[in-house]
Design a protein around this ligand. Structure first.
Ligand SMILES: [Zn+2]
Length: 138
């Protein structure tokens, strides 16, 4: 039997390593500028609002709502051959309307997904030691 093909794992970099470390502890962390107090996503070295290089990591509630979604029907990676159709969603976090994550929704049929549906984060083990944030209805 052939080995299962997995989707690529995240490869943390200097800007988002703390985010991925948080996921592995079941914590959803976002960068917040320590000067202007605005959140930013994706993680980056400089605040796009005030150009400050300083930031802190803040634990989010993990709650949000469905901002948009699509259903993938054509596999774009060999790992998707057995998974289509599957959803890819944008979830807007409750803490800040600018925090919109690309993710996927679990524990729901694709046909039941709705705009503004309340969801919460859940951390799924992609492979040992690597957790990925996904969202489920609440
Ligand atoms: Zn700032």
């Amino acid at each position: 039997m052939a080995d299962a093909i997995n989707f690529p794992r995240p490869v943390p970099n200097i800007d988002d390593e703390e985010f991925w470390n948080g996921c592995n502890r079941d914590e959803l962390l976002m960068q917040r500028c320590t000067a202007c107090q605005r959140f930013r996503w994706l993680p980056k070295p400089m605040c796009p609002h005030c150009n400050t290089l300083e930031h802190e990591w803040v634990k989010m509630s993990g709650r949000g709502k469905v901002f948009s979604w699509t259903i993938i029907v054509h596999p774009v990676h060999p790992a998707a051959n057995e998974k289509v159709p599957y959803n890819v969603a944008q979830v807007q976090l409750d803490e800040d309307a600018d925090l919109i994550m690309v993710t996927s929704l679990i524990d729901i049929d694709n046909d039941a997904i709705r705009m503004d549906m309340p969801v919460e984060v859940v951390f799924i083990e992609h492979e040992p030691g690597v957790k990925i944030p996904k969202f489920r209805p609440v």
